[in-house]
Design a protein around this ligand. Structure first.
Ligand code: 1CP
Length: 339
């Protein structure tokens, strides 16, 4: 049996317990990370390979996770395409959303050298990674990145004007998706060349368009990113947040594992997702604020699920919240390790 449960399960091998990691585990919650952000803003930690590598590996020692996720952001790809992103303490700001411009696709110019800091970070992770912890690389899903590129940040998370643009400017939309996907294919190959064990596509805004439109307009581009990862021998996890019944359209061409959000019961997901695909997820991140006895009851249901469907990775149904009690995160990882 493979000694790291994440490596075992992601490659469809047996493991004694579910592997576990949590979306947004790098940064946000950890006191050591918080301490670092007192001195350095988020974007300068990203640009510093040594620091970004340190943050990537913090959740292994400080939280007990089985896998690390690269400390970076989905917006580095739009930035490398020339979209201006300003990193403020309140999150990313887009001074010139593409929707305000004529023929925006013609203005994009992919500059791969803007992504090289990620290669440096991955190399540095390998130097610091003495116990060979698996590292998960990632990019944003085509729809999620396009929402930010066209509309900028939308606190309502509805992106109504962007969706309207898809209908009124279909050809321009497809050209933008083409540019974004080519850059993402390059980005996945770059990460693979600098040693990662799996790749996750974060499609956080899958819910903003109808399932049929997602399937016809966006999914072909997701498939291209997945194919690029597979070419490099990487298994792919796809997280289409809020996709609901759309989960039933996913096939082996789209990914190897589907990450389920907290809204969809895991048993429902298992019933509608192709049996060829493993599942990851989906504990409500807000449950981590509950008493530990309540958390333990939920963990038992995930353990039971794993015992029935071993193609399963424990995770949250969306990212960790900033003020989550660290002791409860540690409770989760030690609970599984005692099994
Ligand atoms: O998972 C990890 O811990 C690794 C690092 C990581 C990842 C995977 C960061 C660090 N960002 C992301 C992905 C990401 N970035 C997503 C997809 C996942 C999700 O839905 O949470 C999204 C939508 C973003 C965009 C983004 N970057 C936002 C949200 C903006 C909005 O529309 O409200 C913010 C605030 C950032 C900045 C950012 N990225 C990462 C960190 C640590 C920070 C600093 C602030 C914070 O802690 O959120």
């Amino acid at each position: 049996m493979c000694s790291n449960p994440f490596i075992a399960v992601i490659n469809h091998q047996p493991a004694q317990r579910p592997p576990m990691w949590m979306m947004r585990q790098a940064g946000r919650v950890l006191p050591r990370y918080r301490c670092l952000t007192q001195k350095q803003p988020f974007h300068s930690i990203l640009a510093d390979a040594k620091m970004a590598a340190e943050v990537t590996l913090m959740p292994i020692n400080d939280m007990g996770m089985d896998a690390a996720i690269l400390f970076s952001d989905i917006l580095v790809v739009p930035e490398a395409l020339g979209v201006q992103v300003e990193w403020t303490t309140d999150g990313p700001v887009f001074p010139h959303p593409l929707m305000d411009l004529d023929s925006p696709a013609s203005l994009l110019y992919f500059n791969p050298s803007n992504l090289m800091h990620v290669a440096d970070t991955l190399d540095e992770i390998q130097c610091q990674n003495t116990d060979d912890t698996p590292v998960i690389g990632f990019c944003g899903g085509p729809l999620t990145c396009l929402c930010y590129m066209l509309g900028g940040r939308d606190k309502s998370m509805q992106f109504t004007d962007v969706v309207r643009y898809f209908y009124t400017h279909r050809s321009e939309t497809e050209q933008l998706l083409e540019a974004l996907t080519s850059a993402s294919e390059y980005y996945v190959r770059l990460q693979a060349a600098h040693k990662i064990s799996a790749f996750q596509i974060f499609e956080s805004f899958a819910s903003v368009i109808p399932v049929e439109l997602y399937t016809s307009l966006i999914l072909p581009f997701v498939r291209r990113i997945t194919a690029a990862a597979r070419d490099c021998g990487l298994p792919v996890i796809f997280f289409p947040k809020g996709f609901g019944t759309g989960l039933s359209v996913l096939t082996k061409d789209d990914c190897d594992f589907v990450s389920i959000d907290w809204h969809t019961p895991l048993s429902t997901a298992r019933a509608i997702v192709s049996p060829a695909l493993g599942l990851q997820g989906n504990m409500d991140p807000r449950l981590l604020f509950a008493p530990q006895a309540v958390i333990a009851q939920h963990l038992q249901t995930y353990m039971d699920f794993f015992n029935t469907y071993p193609d399963y990775i424990f995770n949250l149904g969306h990212g960790l919240h900033k003020d989550t009690p660290l002791k409860n995160v540690r409770f989760v990882t030690s609970w599984f390790k005692q099994k």
